[in-house]
Design a binder for this molecule. Structure first.
Ligand code: MG
Length: 318
């Protein structure tokens, strides 16, 4: 590589706007030093994007930078954590400066919007792979988990389902539908950080929908030892997805497609009014799509019939 690892990080990644007060030492030493807020717990998550598996080889580097951070912030959002820090491990085939510049731009723009400080990085040579670790803080004992749903709770989801999945079908040439919103969602998902923060003390369980609603809600049901029934008519779908379902008959698609990065959460009926009040200021659509039940399994009420749904979605090793 023409530039050393230090030069690469220095040139492209230290031009960031965010500086957290609780960062004792940022980029530049062997480790960063962080001072978590008092009475807090740190939420820590990591995710990898691999060229060919998570994005196609010709994807715009700016979008890859955005998404590498976004998928991690989505996990913090699911816990109701406030994003604070991130570190980045980049594996690159060549030190392509135009690529790095675009990648850093996308990464740092989202970091700026979400008040995330990049506190460390590593660059090595190999097939294009991006690993990000994100850290957020929660008031001790308040983080949202998958395990708290109980019978009678209402199930909610933010945004629209199947958007990322339709975007992927478009770029793979698997559908004639042309929908800019779906593409935008695939390339530049917006982590629901503000929603997650508002759900603290309100939601009984929460997860981000990264592998499809059926699979991710399934994780909540297993962790909470409950079941659920969803109502098809209440599943939030775009006009384009409705059209896709209509022409293909594949109504499972929006329930199983990955890359949505919406939040799915459960709320006891007594908290629904507070939920409406808190969501009112967020400019984020959300919908009640069903309810938690004692009987295990996932069911869907559709066209007057009750169907059992497999709690599966996107799987890497299938
Ligand atoms: Mg997740």
């Amino acid at each position: 590589m023409a530039l050393s690892e230090f030069e690469l990080i220095n040139r492209f990644f230290t031009r960031q706007a965010v500086k957290q007060d609780l960062t004792v030492l940022g980029i530049g030493d062997d480790c960063a030093l962080l001072a978590p807020p008092p009475e807090s717990e740190l939420a820590v998550t990591t995710d990898t994007l691999v060229e060919g598996a998570h994005f196609l080889p010709d994807t715009c580097p700016r979008d890859i930078g955005h998404k590498a951070l976004a998928v991690n912030l989505s996990d913090l959002a699911a816990m109701g954590a406030r994003p604070m820090w991130a570190s980045l491990a980049l594996t690159l085939p060549t030190a392509d400066e135009a690529w790095l510049s675009g990648f850093a731009e996308g990464f740092l723009a989202l970091a700026g919007r979400c008040s995330v400080e990049l506190i460390g990085g590593n660059v090595s040579k190999g097939p294009l792979t991006i690993t990000v670790q994100a850290l957020g803080s929660t008031v001790a004992g308040t983080a949202l988990r998958r395990s708290g749903a109980t019978a009678g709770d209402r199930i909610y989801v933010t945004g629209l389902l199947g958007q990322g999945g339709l975007g992927l079908k478009m770029i793979l040439g698997e559908t004639g539908i042309d929908d800019g919103d779906a593409l935008d969602h695939l390339y530049r998902p917006v982590p629901r950080v503000e929603v997650g923060l508002q759900l603290i003390g309100l939601a009984s369980a929460c997860i981000d929908v990264s592998d499809g609603l059926a699979a991710d809600l399934g994780h909540v049901l297993v962790a909470s030892q409950v079941g659920a029934t969803l109502r098809w008519d209440d599943i939030p779908l775009s006009v384009a997805i409705r059209h896709y379902v209509q022409i293909t008959g594949d109504w499972m698609f929006p329930l199983q497609a990955g890359d949505d990065y919406e939040l799915c959460f459960t709320v006891p009926p007594s908290a629904e009014h507070t939920l409406q009040q808190r969501m009112a200021g967020l400019n984020c659509r959300y919908a009640c799509i069903g309810r938690i039940e004692e009987r295990g399994g996932l069911r869907l009420e559709k066209d007057g019939a009750m169907r059992e749904l497999a709690m599966t979605g996107y799987r890497h090793f299938n």
